[in-house]
Design a protein around this ligand. Structure first.
Ligand SMILES: C[S@@+](CC[C@H](N)C(=O)[O-])C[C@H]1O[C@@H](n2cnc3c(N)ncnc32)[C@H](O)[C@@H]1O
Length: 553
């Protein structure tokens, strides 16, 4: 059974995942590398706290960071190695209570749990970039090495070709740190295909196959082995045949030996065909996996989405079919989708409901609706008490999570969440409905988790008119009053042009309707229209977050 958790990975790792159960863990935690390095290093938590709401890209010193440092320095629960404690002490002395330290201690807590849940044969990959990779490597060393684990590689993934930068070299690569829990880690050697440059070294033979020549002799300075005449040729004094006579004859019969003009075998004449070569064993610099292009089918509009090819490589190298893979920052579910496709079991964790919604949609689209029956969902409100609990969460990182969950759930994961502040303030989400073959209209959502009153309906209606939306849907945690219902009726009706059906311009749905009666949007939502719209909208919203490289290529 595969598991998708909605919540903070630290809580989930600690409360739900058992020791020694995971074969591979890949994480790609958020970090705002696009900010000036000087700022990241020196910003001692003094920047405008309002900015911090976008926790996914800005790390600030806060109460969570404070707790994390305390927990590590006092070795709460005996969780940490001496090296980790000393390291964080040192970071604290050097970096002070800064955004960077907040990020580092948060990762330390989580990686420490990941080490615990990995099987002794397990592997760990941490995806980051050069902004903080040097700090992270120290942390990982302190967590893995004192417990018998090992650092294996610093993989450089060249994710883009060019990057506009003033007065420094273009930053075109990410770093992936690869560790194992013990020396008995799983390793399935993989090969990369040959580049055009390498292929140029191959020649075409009469059968149309590309081949290169390999030496048939080997250095034999002090022995007589391989010192025999074969088909009129004797190897030079310092060398002998590198193969037995029997093997040489087999190749001769298979016409794999290149001949000299006089018909004798060439000593470097063993034909090796390109189509029989596994490729080059993978090295630690990966240049053959491209980032997801703007026009790629794989692209879901999730700004930090990684290509499936990257995860496919990691999964194939470090796991076998049936193994369990964990992604504790699973985003739009690249690891999950690859694990599913390659017959591995998986566990995904993400703190935002948008991510959970995208993953469910991604799985359904790729593997069919029945796949959803094989996924255990955890942390998603299933009753009124848990919905109320989500609405009342005070954690800064969970800002608007209740609203997002409500809009996405009611819209069957089809709405686009509005994260923006500004002109369209008050609109929590938008869904596009199909009104004809090539036409769509907008429907806007507002969510209220507190007291509700008649004027909320009027406000939504005026926002709807301002936003030129045909309908507005008000989702309320508290039951709507009869005055609100009356007000909604008075907003008039929208007549769908092809459905010949009328809808109230403002509709009210309570969380109770959604939870107890399973009420969901009942409007024509053709998938392709939505996918395009969602992508366009998210592209706009995330423009600033997207790596400059997008524009450079
Ligand atoms: C860089 S993205 C991962 C992208 C992913 N590799 C993909 O290809 O889609 C990081 C994700 O970590 C999630 N996240 C951040 N803090 C988290 C936490 N404490 N617990 C769980 N998820 C978290 C964010 O919501 C975001 O979706």
């Amino acid at each position: 059974m595969n598991e998708l958790y909605y919540g903070d990975n630290l809580e989930i790792l600690r409360n739900k995942l058992k020791d020694n159960t995971i074969d591979l863990c890949y994480i790609d935690p958020p970090f705002n590398s696009k900010r000036n390095y000087f700022q990241i290093y020196n910003n001692i938590g003094k920047e405008d706290q309002a900015q911090a709401q976008a926790f996914i890209d800005t790390w600030t010193w806060n109460v969570l960071a404070d707790h994390a440092v305390q927990e590590i320095l006092t070795n709460e629960g005996g969780r940490y190695t001496r090296q980790t404690i000393e390291l964080i002490k040192g970071f604290h002395a050097v970096l002070g209570c800064s955004g960077l330290l907040a990020y580092l201690v948060s990762i330390t807590q989580r990686v420490n749990e990941i080490q615990r849940v990995l099987k002794p044969t397990g592997s760990f990959y941490l995806h980051c970039d050069p902004t903080a990779s040097h700090y992270l490597k120290l942390i990982l060393d302190s967590v893995f090495c004192p417990r018998g684990g090992d650092f294996l590689n610093e993989i450089t993934w060249k994710r883009t070709n060019s990057h506009n930068t003033a007065k420094r070299y273009g930053n075109v690569a990410d770093i992936i740190l690869f560790y194992a829990k013990s020396e008995n880690y799983c390793w399935n050697q993989q090969h990369s295909t040959y580049s055009q440059e390498q292929r140029k070294r191959y020649k075409l033979d009469e059968s149309g196959r590309l081949y290169t020549c390999q030496d048939l002799t080997a250095s034999r300075p002090d022995s007589n082995s391989g010192k025999f005449e074969w088909r009129g040729t004797m190897p030079p004094a310092s060398r002998g045949w590198g193969y037995t006579l029997e093997q040489l004859e087999t190749w001769w019969d298979e016409e794999r030996i290149v001949l000299k003009k006089d018909g004798r075998p060439r000593m470097d004449g063993l034909k090796v065909y390109l189509d029989e070569m596994p490729g080059k064993p993978l090295q630690s610099i990966w240049t053959d996996i491209k980032r997801i292009a703007n026009t790629s089918d794989e692209r879901l509009g999730y700004p930090t989405q990684k290509p499936e090819a990257l995860l496919e490589r990691i999964v194939q190298v470090s796991t076998n079919e049936g193994d369990v893979i964990l992604d504790a920052y699973c985003g739009c579910g690249t690891t999950v989708a690859v694990a599913q496709r390659l017959n591995r079991n998986w566990i995904g964790i993400d703190i935002t409901y948008q991510s959970i919604a995208v993953i469910l949609k991604r799985l359904e689209e790729h593997f069919g609706t029945t796949i959803l029956d094989t996924v255990t969902l955890d942390g998603i409100p299933k009753d009124m008490a848990s919905a109320v609990a989500l609405a009342n969460k005070k954690d800064d990182r969970l800002r608007k999570e209740f609203e997002k969950w409500a809009v996405l759930t009611y819209s069957k994961n089809q709405a686009v969440i509005n994260d923006k502040k500004g002109a369209d303030k008050g609109v929590d989400g938008v869904v596009y409905i199909a009104t004809g073959k090539h036409s769509t209209e907008r429907v806007i959502f507002q969510v209220k988790s507190g007291k509700v009153k008649r004027s909320d309906v009027a406000v939504l209606n005026s926002d709807r008119l301002r936003e030129k939306a045909v309908m507005g849907i008000l989702i309320t945690l508290k039951e709507p009053t009869s005055a609100m219902i009356q007000e909604a009726v008075e907003t008039g009706v929208y007549r769908h042009p092809s459905f010949q059906r009328e809808y109230s311009c403002v509709q009210i749905v309570s969380i109770r309707d959604m939870i107890n009666d399973g009420k969901r949007i009942d409007l024509p939502l053709p998938h392709h229209v939505l996918k395009t719209a969602v992508q366009a909208d998210m592209d706009k919203q995330n423009q600033l977050l997207l790596d400059n490289a997008d524009a450079d290529e």
